[in-house]
Design a protein around this ligand. Structure first.
Ligand code: SF4
Ligand code: SF4
Length: 274
């Protein structure tokens, strides 16, 4: 990849950020409110007691005493040094990063070590297209939703596939503003507000966990009496569980209506630009 093509997904701008690979969503209670409390408390403690690297052990020990360590997936580490980078709590990120500590890089003490923390790029860097990355950065401006969506390659790819088919081309990232952005944001917000979301605490997107292993939680279309939905991958990303065929059809309607609204609005804007 050419340097000028590189798009930083972890900290793309002042309104977006992701901490997924630091274990942000791997807590058993990974609701937004719970994570805000967790990150707020540890950021406050860090600012109060960490003056240099010698204070990090005391910080780490205290966090382990104060916080619930119950996880979704035991094998994924949840790093205690993930916090808020700004006073407005708009960006999550590494409290040990040199930009947070007057140029001192403290990441050597972390579970993964400085090299891994610094050099890790998740699969979204590789598998999302440049247009998909730029569009997602424009669509979402909330750290909780951004991290959930930018790491969900199936969800991003499927939405862009359906809207691209409808407009006969790839949507231009700079078109994601105003009404078009609102429509796309409504779609991605379903990741949190989906009405057919399974409430089991061991589910996360298409995965379910038994503590040590994770498996894909498929939809039983035979039991519902229908063929596999064309929105199957999106349903899995939304952690869906349908009790009846009517529920599944309602779910399909919600997604279809959003995609159709986006396509109509995009085409109308394209005509307006002629
Ligand atoms: S999951 Fe990907 S985008 Fe998120 S912090 Fe990790 S490397 Fe960055
Ligand atoms: S030390 Fe590494 S794993 Fe922990 S928050 Fe920083 S970057 Fe993430």
């Amino acid at each position: 990849m050419k340097e000028e093509d590189f798009i930083h997904l972890c900290q793309p701008d002042s309104g977006n950020s992701c901490g997924a690979c630091c274990g942000l969503y791997n807590y058993a209670d990974n609701t937004k409110d719970s994570l805000i409390r967790r990150l707020r408390n540890r950021t406050g403690l860090f600012r109060k007691i960490v003056k240099d690297m010698a204070d990090l052990k005391a910080f780490s020990d205290r966090i382990k005493e104060l916080e619930s360590s119950e996880k979704l997936y035991e094998v994924i580490y949840c790093c205690e040094y993930l916090g808020f980078l700004d006073g407005e709590e708009k960006r999550v990120g590494c409290l040990l990063h040199p930009l947070q500590n007057d140029g001192v890089d403290m990441r050597d003490v972390s579970f993964y070590g400085k090299e891994l923390c610094n050099g890790h790029f998740c699969p979204s860097y590789q598998f999302l297209s440049r247009e998909e990355k730029l569009s997602m950065i424009r669509i979402v401006d909330d750290w909780y939703l951004y991290g959930l969506c930018i790491t969900d390659i199936d969800l991003v790819k499927e939405y862009f596939r359906f809207i691209s088919e409808g407009i006969c081309g790839v949507p231009r990232p700079d078109r994601f503003e105003g009404k078009l952005r609102d429509i796309a944001l409504r779609f991605f917000s379903l990741k949190i507000s989906w009405p057919f979301r399974a409430t089991d605490t061991n589910r996360f997107g298409k995965y379910y966990f038994d503590g040590l292993q994770y498996m894909i939680s498929h939809i039983d279309y035979d039991a519902l009496g229908c063929e596999r939905s064309k929105f199957d991958k999106i349903f899995l990303s939304f952690t869906s569980r349908f009790s009846t065929l009517e529920e599944l059809r309602r779910g399909e309607d919600i997604i279809r209506e959003n995609i159709e609204e986006f396509i109509a609005c995009y085409k109308m804007g394209a005509v307006g630009q002629l």
